[in-house]
Write a protein that binds this ligand. Sequence first.
Ligand SMILES: Nc1ncnc2c1ncn2[C@@H]1O[C@H](COP(=O)(O)OP(=O)(O)OP(=O)(O)O)[C@@H](O)[C@H]1O
Length: 934
Amino acid sequence: MAGSGGLFTISVASVVEDVLRQHGTRLSDLDLASRKAEEAASRRYEAAGWLRKTVGVVCAKDLPEEPTEEEFRLGLRSGRILCNALNRVHPGAVPKVVESPVESVVVPDGAALSAYQYFENVRNFLVAVQEMGLPTFEASDLEQGGKGSRVVNCVLALKSYSDWKEMGGNGLWKYGGGALKATSSGKFFVRKNSEPFMNTLSRNPSMNEKLQDIASAEQYFNGDHLQESNEMSLSMLIRAVLGGKKPEEVPALIESMLSKVTEEFERRIAKQNEQVQAALKDVITPDGIKSFKKPNACGALPVTSRDMKIEIDGEKCMWFKQDELTCESLITKKQSKSQLKQHKLLEQQERDIQELKNVVHTAKAGVHFMQMKFSEDLCNLGKHLHGLANAASGYHRVLEENRKLYNQVQDLKGNIRVYCRVRPFLPGQSNCVSTVSHIDDESITIFAPSKYGKEYRRAFSFNKVFSPFVTQDEVFLDTQPLIRSVLDGYNVCIFAYGQTGSGKTFTMSGPREFTEQSRGVNYRALSDLFDLSEQRKDNFSYDVSVQMIEIYNEQIFSYHFICLKICLTVHVQGRDLTSGSVLRGCMHLVDLAGGQAKTLMFVHISPEVDAIGETISTLKFAERVATVELGAARLNKESGEVKELKEQIAKLKAALARKEGGNEYLQNSLTSPDTYRSKSGIPSPAHTNRFGDIGHITQRQPMEDVGNIEVRSNSVVKQKRPSFDLQELLMATDSPPWPDSNHLQNFPKSDDDKEMGFGDWIDKTVVNKQESLIRGQNDSLRDWQGNGTQLPEFFYQSYLPDQLCGRDATSRKEGHDFDIQRSRFESASTDGSDELEIATSDSSEADMLWQYNLPRVTTTVNGGVPRSKKPVPKPGRSPDIRTPNQAVHGPSPSRKFLNGSSGQALSRTGRQQNSNGVDGKRFTSSSSKMGNGK
Ligand SMILES: Nc1ncnc2c1ncn2[C@@H]1O[C@H](COP(=O)(O)OP(=O)(O)OP(=O)(O)O)[C@@H](O)[C@H]1O
């Protein structure tokens, strides 16, 4: 009888028995032994009958239909009947059945039988039965004293299996056993650890099914207990209870029994449920371990079950031997394992933490080190910055010092330098003999064949001598340092001097065929100027402006663009980006050096023999110029501007005083010691007489380094004056001051003047010298002034006495582009017959200078007061000093003046010369030539 819940099978007989016992019914009265024997015999007969039927009478001749226990044992002892029966039910279960040679003979108990023979069959049978999952027995059970009941059970199980197969084999075969139905007996013959059993478990994962399977297994494992229960059949119990009872008592008794059985049943079921709950509580531990114990026969989960299914963490599902693994030990192991795992994890974490601590410690130390290093670097950086700042200021100081030194070197070389360049013969001048017999770096030797029985040979020394073969590049190479001086704040004057056609324009501007290589000094100088200012842009910011002035019809026009007829001045203003100081420099490419400039004169000579006169006089003049000691060039710094202005004012005043003195001197045969007095600031009577404004005159303080009165001889000049103005040289020392033709362009002209074209000032000088040196400039100026003609600004600024110009000298501008620059060259009068002799004589160089066709100067001179050296200029050839305008407007007027008519056109080499057979010399304004194409 199965439990109503279907969970556990409870033995009905035991329940009834218990009920009967509880009812006080004494079962001892029952003949249990006979009932058992009867039951056993019945089963044995059933088994023997089925075997006989299965294997046939012949084969089963050793097994009687109703054998005793002994007969049953002996009949099956050979195993032959069992194997054949099994093969019938399950063909091939025992592949080879050993037939005994004496199989037909019933072997009595104890008879000699080959142990091999029956043991082989029994063993094969038992193995096969076991593989089929049927209950087995021990081979010894077929021996005397063995448990025959187990053999009977086995055979009946096989019979049941056979019946199940014959019925179609549907569902799961279960052995009911004995007289009871399999479903009611609750005895399952499930093969121990067999595959089907395990498969069943795995196929039925529900808790109820698992428990049922476990209960079945438990029943099987406790076969003895089941067997004992089964042996007490329910009918026997009922018969025992009801035996001897009256028929009318039976219903009430049965009712009472059933009630009691029902109660007992319910009680047991409740108890089993409790046990199941307890078992589940045991096996489902907090750490997720689930164990399932096999229930025992009474449905309780025994503590000692042999196998246990363990599910760990819901993942693993295994069976363990109980003796190998208990729930507690498993939990302990699990816990130990978990603890170990946790411990290991903890240790690992501790190690990680320690490692992290180390890393943090290292990082902290690194950060600390970095901080220290950073602050150290910062400190060093500060020091370096300080050093750099010092170095930067030092660098600027060095630059400044450099500039000074550089210009000192330039000064040592001389602020006036003379380069001599010899023009080559021109195309077509073949077979010409050169007057230049020798040239080296700094000297040139002129040789002239004898004209009067005496050869002329003389060597001249200059700062540089360029042969006819040098290139424009080479010429400029020695000019370049002056360009740098302009950017350093010095005034620079580069001009060319020489006979017409001797190459002035070629040097300054270049030939008509203009190429990169043929560019003259002008172009190269400007180019250099920009290049250098670009190089210095980090330290200086330069503004370069170009001023061009055209003199046209004796009018000055200022342009800010390039004009064909220009005079050129480059102004450079540089600002030190660090100190903020301003440097100003200007380059008069057409100017003669004044009052603190660096001056370079290119003196040009022609090689032709017929120009020997000009050549010699030019060279002598140039040689003398080279010996001039100019005042140290001064840096035009903003801070010194006021001082400079003051000095210039003083100079101008002194110049005015000298002029007045000069006039007096000329008027008084230049012998009065008053002229010297003017030097000391004491006005001479002449001053008073001349200008009628003694007070004004006395205010002028002549400077020591200027003044005509000192220029009586070279020796005097050199001894008394530490410096010398070029203008003073270029001027006739004894001639009255005479304004530059440029500056006098607005002056009303005398008749002679009117005859003269622009630039006649040289001839005017000559006229003055020839006609009346006494009727000097001052008269003229007064005339002009009285005429109401406005003099040009620069004239007032640097030349005319204050009284004449009606202005205060201090109000004059400085730095204008044209000063009284045109020198009054002393025109020495020669008749021309003794040219060469004079040229080669030892007379003063000033004499020599003006005896021949004096070179023309086409340039503008900055400031300074020209002076004439010789008291009585020689009439005749005057220096042909051509301004840029002259270059434009025609020949030197000197010839006009000399012969009283218009002069002939200026001749270059081979050109027609003037009436004296000589050509005028010029100072070439490089810029005046620049672009005008002459
Ligand atoms: N170094 C030289 N090499 C080649 N040719 C030259 C050289 N110097 C001058 N000449 C040439 O000589 C001629 C006269 O030169 P240039 O015009 O420069 O003389 P100049 O002194 O300026 O004359 P002027 O005073 O009349 O203006 C020109 O044809 C010129 O090309």
